[in-house]
Design a protein around this ligand. Structure first.
Ligand SMILES: [Ca+2]
Ligand SMILES: [Ca+2]
Length: 245
């Protein structure tokens, strides 16, 4: 029912009863007062047992009206196409495929703005402020903006940057862990997310240096990381963090 198995009936063989029609839709040969009350649509019969996946596909193929796919089937990074076949009661035309539609798997943004607090003269007495624009997050995944500052084209100030330092941009610089601690303990580098122990507080109420941070009570608070070769088999290494005891 609704695309999912709810029971497994035993197989039965029925011989069509002799009548004006061999089969009725919406009524019974056998039972009186068994007329179906309600609407019905898309009746079909196969001469074999459909698989569970075929039943499920038929359910989702109709539940939102055929030309609409229900969003519950979408996952981040999916590539979807649709094949359309025009049919009438006599014959079908040739199927044709749409182009590929990719489901969002990374945040997007517009062009950021850069201002001086000494606008419009921009003297050295002003700070510079970056304003991200129109950022759209992947549902359920918070965005941390990574800022890199260039003076005359040369990098002057930065944050750990998974896009460049891990290799999304194929410029691997050896970053194997980055926990921004912005209301969670997720690892933005390689996905080695931390587990909060002892009541460590990583909520937005804990002031950090960039966004929020985590507060450790000095008794039993800790963030656990599962054993991983990226932490245990390194030779030279570097660690960076903002700390305020
Ligand atoms: Ca504690
Ligand atoms: Ca933070």
């Amino acid at each position: 029912m609704d695309g999912a198995s709810v029971m497994t009936p035993t197989a039965r063989t029925k011989t069509p009863k002799s009548d004006v029609y061999n089969l009725w839709i919406g009524d019974s040969h056998v039972y009186t007062s068994a007329s179906y009350s309600g609407s019905m649509d898309e009746v079909a019969i196969w001469n074999r047992t459909l698989s569970a996946n075929e039943v499920k596909a038929l359910y989702y193929g109709g539940v939102t009206g055929g030309s609409v796919l229900n969003s519950s089937l979408l996952s981040n990074g999916d590539n979807w196409t649709v094949e359309v076949t025009p049919c009438d009661s006599v014959s079908c035309g040739t199927p044709a495929n749409s182009s590929v539609l990719s489901i969002m798997n990374a945040p997007t943004q517009g062009t950021p703005l850069l201002n001086s607090t000494d606008y419009p003269t921009n003297r050295t007495t002003g700070n510079l402020t970056a304003w991200n624009q129109s950022t759209v997050q992947v549902p359920g995944r918070n965005v941390t903006n990574i800022y890199k500052w260039y003076k005359n084209g040369v990098l002057n100030a930065t944050m750990p940057n998974p896009y460049y330092d891990v290799g999304s941009n194929n410029t691997t610089q050896g970053l194997v862990g980055y926990w921004p601690f912005n209301n969670n303990t997720n690892d933005f580098a390689l996905g080695n997310d931390g587990t909060q122990n002892g009541g460590v507080n990583c909520s937005t109420s804990v002031s950090g240096k960039i966004g929020s941070g985590c507060y450790f009570d000095g008794t039993d608070d800790a963030i656990g990381l599962s054993s991983n070769s990226v932490f245990t088999s390194v030779g030279d290494f570097s660690v960076a963090a903002w700390v305020r005891p």
